[in-house]
Design a protein around this ligand. Structure first.
Ligand SMILES: Cc1cc2nc3c(=O)[nH]c(=O)nc-3n(C[C@H](O)[C@H](O)[C@H](O)COP(=O)(O)OP(=O)(O)OC[C@H]3O[C@@H](n4cnc5c(N)ncnc54)[C@H](O)[C@@H]3O)c2cc1C
Length: 410
């Protein structure tokens, strides 16, 4: 158990840190903020803060629309984190003095063809069976909410509690809040955990966690576009729109400053090149759903690497054989929505030494055959699972070689 200093006691700069966080993405920074706010002496190692997956992420906070078959425990964690988002956003805005682009208009899930709608309805039925708020809408109700939808959109549903935040505002806000709380940035990469000298080390390095811990975190490429409404206007729609369009699945996230994020591919690749085919398919599906997008400026095409795991769920907790090393990685498609709960539960674990039961299904031990001594011996095998298995092959949006149906979103 680690206890913080009293507010009147200054840090001794030469003292060993209580907590060293490796990685200054949303996960590492939020953990650093929470730990520093509890009075712990915290350092955060990262040569390029905010340069990982969060730099391209859409920022959907979608526990309901992303409640997929076979992922009950992950859905529980997503819901727990989404429930924390309103207070987390308020607190972070207060602590950083920065806007986050947090918006609560909700999410519309729409389908173009009969087949698209049939596929969507199968998932809504599952989500409703879990008691989640997803309400089918008639076409007129859909158009009352979003008149800009294409006439060929045949139906949809509303997930009112699925919100959004802008990750490009979130991460700088977290940096400010963490530093104001006393966390100290160390602008260097950690090449091995033996380089880190702290009472507790938290590995929150996204895809970089694999090299440091041996845990099975792999890059999952996502290509994504940013468009801008012409003439500085705001987009002609307010909800996040997740659409099935002729078998393709895309999402559209409108920002108050006129930006629209259109994404994304899901590919078992580790490069970050942008391909013409992916841009074509994303744009075609996006314009099919919202014709006005054809008039928008295409301002950015980019690809990022999600930190994926064999069961698509994060890896949270002490690495077997290394109780002083906590993993907080593998957040895959959900690292933005999972930021509040991850930060709270890991900070609780650091300060109390007791793991919240919510963490149990996400323990690193599910991937570790035997307790390693070095912190670099986690194997690729799985023991137990917090979600479904990931598919093997490459998978672009709507591509013939995409993996599981669930892997097409975000
Ligand atoms: C196209 C796309 C769309 C997405 N959309 C969404 C979405 O809508 N909603 C959602 O919830 N999630 C989304 N995600 C997923 C989300 O971006 C990630 O889950 C999240 O960024 C993970 O956060 P992280 O802090 O663990 O890792 P990252 O954001 O990847 O940050 C890792 C940090 O660790 C640092 N680092 C790495 N190795 C080392 C090392 N050895 N030493 C020091 N520092 C190191 C890196 O420089 C980086 O700053 C999306 C991702 C992509 C690619």
């Amino acid at each position: 158990m680690l206890t913080g200093r009293s507010p009147s006691t200054p840090f001794d700069d030469r003292a060993r840190p209580d907590v060293a966080v490796v990685g200054a993405g949303p996960i590492g920074l939020a953990i650093a903020w929470r730990c520093a706010a509890r009075g712990l002496r915290v350092v955060v190692h990262d040569p390029a803060p905010g340069s990982g997956a969060s730099a391209v992420a859409a920022g959907m906070l979608s526990p309901v629309a992303e409640a997929y078959f076979g992922e009950r425990e992950l859905t529980g964690l997503l819901l727990a984190s989404a429930a924390r988002w309103p207070a987390f956003a308020d607190e972070l805005t207060e602590a950083s003095g920065a806007e986050l682009g947090y918006r609560t208009e909700g999410t519309l899930i729409v389908g173009s063809t009969g087949d698209d709608l049939a596929e969507a309805r199968r998932l809504w039925a599952y989500q409703q069976g879990l008691g989640l708020p997803v309400t089918p809408l008639r076409p007129t109700e859909l158009r009352d909410r979003e008149p800009a939808l294409a006439p060929r959109v045949r139906g949809g549903a509303l997930a009112p509690t699925d919100h959004q935040v802008d990750p490009r505002l979130l991460v700088p806000a977290l940096r400010t809040a963490a530093q104001r709380a006393g966390a100290v940035p160390v602008p260097q990469a950690v090449r091995a955990l033996s380089e880190v000298d702290a009472r507790v080390t938290v590995v929150a390095a996204g895809c970089g966690a694999a090299a440091l811990t041996g845990l099975p975190v792999r890059p999952v490429k996502g290509q994504i576009l940013r468009l801008r409404a012409p003439g500085g206007a705001t987009p002609g729609f307010r909800h996040v729109i997740r659409g099935y369009a002729d078998g393709e699945q895309v999402y559209l996230v409108p920002r108050a400053d006129g930006e629209v994020v259109l994404g994304a591919t899901v590919e078992e690749r580790s490069d970050t090149t942008v391909t013409a085919g992916a841009v074509l398919r994303l744009l075609r599906a996006g314009v099919d759903l919202l014709p006005e997008l054809a008039e928008y400026d295409l301002v950015e095409t980019v690809a990022g690497l999600r930190p994926g795991t064999p069961d698509n769920a994060p890896i949270l907790g002490p690495i077997p054989g290394r109780p002083d090393v906590l993993a907080a990685t593998g957040h895959h498609r959900h690292g933005i929505v999972l930021t509040p709960v991850t930060a709270d539960l890991i900070a609780d674990l650091v300060t109390s030494g007791v793991a919240d039961p919510l963490l149990t299904p996400f323990h690193p031990g599910r991937f570790v055959a035997a307790g390693p001594e070095s912190g670099n011996a986690a194997g690729p095998g799985t023991r137990g699972s917090a979600g479904r298995g990931a598919g093997p092959g490459a998978a672009e949006v709507g591509g013939p070689d995409r993996t599981t149906e669930e892997d097409r979103w975000s």
